[in-house]
Design a protein around this ligand. Structure first.
Ligand code: AMP
Ligand code: MG
Length: 303
């Protein structure tokens, strides 16, 4: 994507994202354009916008395909370094309203990486066993091992989203969780986890269109859940809950990234690029051989 750099324009769209991104060329344009910073306002982000990318759908799809190889390469290096004792791992957290495109991210972005290097976990309503433990219990068990890219389809943030909106626990309890989450994530970062937290931001109109499509197409009925309409009815409460977690759980070392998601092609490209930019920042290398390469070549010749 290096060739794209000079075409990138900053796109502070008034959402309170990082200052000074206007027309600036940076090494990590998506990271800079999408990061939640001081004074962030979710309602100020246009779900149809395409920050850090000025191409159309066709160009976006081409860019996505073009970057597959580098993603694959970096993932392999991450994995190789863990074989040589490296402890670095990556955790991609994906949150978003129903139909925001979480499944498409799994298929089109995560799906292009070697499955041996990916640990994907989808968090549903807690099971009876999970309910007997603190909310982070099932999260800790799902953390990626060294060299792996962990992907969370929903996450511990459900415990300050659906739980908050539906009063599943008393307010005093969910209110404590923002602090608990920040402490937990700080520990992860100190433990060599590179956290990439992404919220897929769609508009209510786009959600309506996607739900309509799920109803109109028999091949999409399996994706439809009547409960989605009950959640949709609480749209404003969810936006408020998202605003709260974006604001309260975006410290310097583990910020959120808000990805406008009304255009599926853009959301996929943006998540891929966020992942890539974070991987590039890890200074990954092929580990040096822990054996005598020349000596082994000689031995092989003689056998
Ligand atoms: P889906 O991702 O569409 O398959 O739906 C999973 C459902 O599980 C969503 O409605 C989530 O809100 C719900 N869910 C996930 N985590 C929790 C949680 N900690 N407490 C209650 N519901 C949850
Ligand atoms: Mg669903």
């Amino acid at each position: 994507m290096a060739k794209k750099k000079d075409k990138v324009e900053g796109t502070d769209d008034g959402g309170g994202r990082a200052e000074g991104t206007t027309a600036v060329t940076t090494a990590a344009p998506f990271t800079d354009a999408l990061r939640v910073g001081e004074g962030f306002v979710l309602a100020g982000v246009d779900p149809r916008s395409t920050p850090a990318f000025d191409g159309d759908k066709e160009a976006g799809k081409a860019a996505l395909a073009a970057a597959d190889e580098e993603l694959d390469h970096l993932q392999e290096q991450l994995f190789a370094m863990s074989r040589a004792g490296g402890s670095r791992r990556v955790l991609l957290v994906i949150q978003g309203m129903d139909t925001s495109g979480k499944g498409g991210i799994m298929r089109h972005v995560v799906g292009s990486v070697d499955p041996q290097g990916v640990e994907l976990t989808a968090f549903k309503q807690p099971t009876a066993e999970e309910r007997r433990h603190p909310f982070l219990w099932r999260i800790r068990r799902a953390l990626p091992g060294p060299g792996m890219i962990g992907v969370f389809d929903r996450s511990h943030y459900e415990d300050v989203l659906v739980v908050r909106v539906h009063d599943l626990v008393p307010p005093a309890q969910w209110k404590r969780r923002y602090g608990t989450i920040n402490t937990f994530e700080k520990g992860l970062v100190e433990d060599d986890v590179t956290l990439v937290k992404v919220m897929l931001h769609i508009s209510p109109d786009e959600q309506k269109a996607r739900l309509q499509e799920r109803l109109d197409r028999p091949d999409k009925h399996w994706k439809y859940n009547p409960g989605d309409l009950d959640e949709r009815a609480r749209w404003d409460d969810y936006q408020e809950a998202y605003q709260a977690l974006l604001e309260r759980c975006s410290p310097e070392h583990a910020p959120w990234y808000v990805v406008p998601a009304d255009r599926k092609w853009y959301a996929r490209l943006a998540v891929q690029q966020l992942l890539l930019e974070h991987l590039r920042g890890l200074d990954l290398r092929w580990p040096a051989a822990d054996f005598d390469v020349e000596g082994e070549k000689e031995r092989l010749t003689g056998l």
